[in-house]
Design a protein around this ligand. Structure first.
Ligand SMILES: Cc1cc2nc3c(=O)[nH]c(=O)nc-3n(C[C@H](O)[C@H](O)[C@H](O)COP(=O)(O)OP(=O)(O)OC[C@H]3O[C@@H](n4cnc5c(N)ncnc54)[C@H](O)[C@@H]3O)c2cc1C
Length: 381
């Protein structure tokens, strides 16, 4: 297998890096402090073709693979994770539409996501259903030609900004298998009964919108079912096989930023009459970080490349997600440590990286769930 980046992929990396370096640095601290984001930056990213590159050309995308989307994610997160998440999560759900949506749904939604006219989110998690998604209790009941949805969702990315939300609903509660009870239903967020409340006070990625959603007698046409009735769980697993790749790339980007800040700071900061970088203990930390980053990147390149070749390896994806997230948390921790007390105040980016890193071990499957997937696959073989 050959994972070397093509010339085109290298150009994508260069362009994404230039954009992020030019646009994010000056505003990152303010967005973090105020938990806000300027949607103008997302529009700009859309105009420059960074959003939804994996979407087929016939639906307005660039027709690239997930690897290219990962490369952009890595570069954006290498400058600021919060802004990277705010921009690139605007297509979170397009993968489900691409994989399982009807032709009408694809034509309605996908081009609008790429051009910056619409934002999508996917709401699975509920107050009582996190890692165990089969406990999701938001109901969707068929009444004539409509679905009537009632329930609440927790931690939905883009909840207050999205044009469309894909809601993971309990449609077939009597099915004997808990894996055949749910379905995805597309809800335009302007529909009566949809209410999103922004969750404030997040530890990290504070530029990204996270919300609690209440759904009270939300009525949408029967045709808003995405995929097949009762197959929502299986579709969700296929969705995660694509979206977990993005998390790996985010982790590598964040860890790169941590390494970059560590090198810069330890070269310049002197103690005991010498730069911190001259101490072997610092050098070992730098060496370990650089090696871990490279290992994580190779793992996600392989995982993304395999998916793009149509060879989905769920255990490999879980390995890449678990390893890269843990690697990023550990790199951010060591980077802050190398900054001493200065790392603890928000004047330096490193404290933001330290806070931003933790989400990588939580969303889209906690580290425990990823390890469970890996072990189950191996023990089943
Ligand atoms: C910023 C942010 C953005 C998010 N965006 C979205 C989104 O867009 N859409 C969405 O649907 N959700 C989203 N989430 C939710 C996220 O996916 C969940 O928080 C995550 O899946 C964990 O669920 P939980 O928080 O309920 O924790 P729980 O499932 O209650 O887990 C708590 C702890 O118990 C552990 N645990 C649980 N079960 C087991 C087990 N069987 N074995 C061992 N350990 C176990 C977990 O690993 C974890 O450490 C987001 C969350 C955050 C914080």
């Amino acid at each position: 297998m050959d994972f070397a980046l093509s010339k085109e992929q290298q150009d994508i990396v260069r362009a994404a890096r230039e954009f992020a370096e030019g646009e994010f640095s000056d505003v990152a601290q303010e967005f973090d402090r105020t938990e806000t984001f300027d949607l103008g930056l997302w529009k700009k990213a859309c105009d420059l073709g960074f959003v939804g590159v994996f979407i087929d050309e016939e639906y307005g995308g660039a027709g690239y693979g997930f690897l290219e989307h990962c490369l952009i994610n890595e570069e954006f997160w290498a400058v600021d994770p919060g802004i990277g998440e705010a921009i690139l999560s605007t297509t979170f759900g397009s993968e489900l539409i691409s994989l399982f949506g009807s032709e009408d749904q694809k034509r309605l939604i996908l081009p609008a996501l790429v051009s910056g006219e619409a934002i999508i989110g996917t709401a699975i998690t509920e107050p009582d259903a996190g890692s165990d998604v089969t406990r999701a209790a938001t109901t969707a009941v068929r009444e004539g030609d409509e679905w009537v949805i009632n329930g609440s969702k927790m931690f939905s990315t883009n909840g207050t900004l999205a044009t469309y939300m894909l809601i993971f609903c309990l449609t077939d509660p009597d099915s004997p298998s808990r894996h055949a009870r749910h379905s995805f239903i597309l809800v335009p967020t302007e529909t009566q009964g949809y209410e999103a409340t922004k969750i404030r006070g997040k530890l990290g990625i504070r530029a990204s919108d996270t919300a609690e959603i209440s759904l009270k007698d939300v009525r949408v046409p029967a045709g808003n079912l995405v995929g097949r009735r009762g197959e929502g769980f299986k579709e969700l697993m296929a969705f995660f096989n694509c979206t977990r790749l993005h998390i790996c790339a985010q982790a590598v980007g964040l860890a790169r930023a941590a390494l970059q800040d560590s090198i810069r700071y330890t070269r310049q900061r002197e103690q005991f009459g010498a730069p911190l970088a001259s101490f072997q203990v610092t050098q070992f930390k730098i060496a370990e970080m650089a090696t871990l980053i490279r290992a994580a990147r190779n793992l996600y390149y392989e995982a993304a490349w395999s998916v793009d070749q149509g060879r989905v390896d769920q255990a490999l994806i879980a390995m890449a997600k678990w390893f890269s997230a843990q690697m990023a948390v550990s790199c951010a921790d060591e980077a802050l440590q190398m900054h001493g007390g200065y790392g603890y105040i928000d004047e330096y980016r490193v404290q933001r990286l330290y806070r931003d890193a933790k989400i990588l071990e939580i969303y889209e499957g906690t580290k425990e769930i990823e390890k469970t997937i890996i072990a189950r696959t191996l023990l089943r073989q």
